[in-house]
Design a protein around this ligand. Structure first.
Ligand code: FE
Ligand code: FE
Ligand code: ZN
Length: 293
């Protein structure tokens, strides 16, 4: 079954209820959100009344809570030795919060090694993840999904082999998986138009069962550009037909697909229209005009 949704907001007043309402308004049956502003550490305590209300609303809207994703704030950088303790503590708190929300998946950017080198970066990430799992304890129900990165700057995790190395060094293997991002994969040099080849390559390194989420984005840049600039579905270098093949690929069935495409004119969310195109498997180049109306 197709589980499709987008990135949505989460504010401290309505919390998960607001996120569900926004997702439902796009015709989604899953969604992804940050538990607060991605670039700061201000987080409000999870209100269990709102969680309960949100879960009722999910049932009404046909949203499956098991397919809902949280994205970890990108100020967490487990590679960076300068604020390693901060990152470990904040990620620990975040994993606890996701447990409180009753959500199963947390997507994490592995980190940027900022000059330390890939190998030391990988060591630090694995060490950090081990400390986080240790600190959260045995009641943890959340799987951390390491996202495939574009290879911008000193990002770790733009190669499947690097993600595999991290996974090998983490003790809590059952609670660690992968989130594919089509824009990032394109920008890091994996040709999405040859997706079966990509899956074969991936599978020769990491089992496909480890994939817990796929971010569906077109890219503003060419293959191997190492840029990470997302584009609306069908308007970028990956293209609509290739993205449809990925979304409906039989080996990725049942895995939630999440749109993180840019707002039109930085103002209008494109998700309702994009999800409609995806469900119809039909590209509409007037999408952008439609949204502004
Ligand atoms: Fe991400
Ligand atoms: Fe992503
Ligand atoms: Zn990105």
């Amino acid at each position: 079954m197709l589980w499709i949704g987008s990135h949505v907001g989460f504010n401290k007043k309505t919390q998960l209820v607001g996120s569900v309402e926004e997702a439902a308004s796009y015709g989604s049956n899953t969604f992804m959100f940050y538990t607060g502003a991605p670039q700061n550490t201000t987080r409000s305590p999870i209100d269990q009344e709102l969680v309960k209300k949100a879960k009722d609303k999910m049932k009404e809207a046909g949203i499956n809570v098991e397919k809902v994703i949280v994205h970890a704030p990108y100020i967490i950088n487990l590679c960076n030795e300068g604020n390693f303790t901060f990152s470990v503590d904040f990620l620990t708190e975040e994993v606890k919060r996701v447990n409180e929300l009753g959500i199963s998946y947390l997507v994490l950017h592995p980190g940027s090694h900022v000059g330390l080198g890939i190998e030391r970066g990988i060591e630090n990430i694995a060490k950090g993840l081990n400390q986080v799992f240790e600190a959260v304890g045995p009641d943890n129900k959340v799987t951390i999904l390491l996202e495939t990165m574009a290879g911008k700057g000193s990002e770790v995790g733009s190669k499947i082999e690097e993600l595999k190395e991290i996974m090998d060094k983490v003790t809590e293997k059952e609670k660690l998986g992968i989130c594919l991002d089509t824009c990032h994969l394109n920008d890091s040099g994996y040709d999405m138009s040859q997706f079966d080849d990509f899956l074969n390559t991936f599978e020769s390194i990491i089992p496909l069962s480890k994939i817990g989420c796929v971010h569906i984005n077109d890219s503003k840049n060419e293959l191997s550009a190492h840029k990470d600039r997302h584009e609306n579905i069908g308007f970028g270098t990956i293209g609509f037909d290739t993205l449809i093949k990925i979304i409906y690929h039989e080996k990725l069935e049942d895995i939630p697909k999440i749109l993180e495409t840019p707002y039109v004119n930085k103002l209008y969310p494109p998700y309702k229209q994009e999800i409609e195109m995806i469900r119809k498997k039909e590209f509409n180049e007037k999408l952008i005009d439609l949204i502004k109306e």
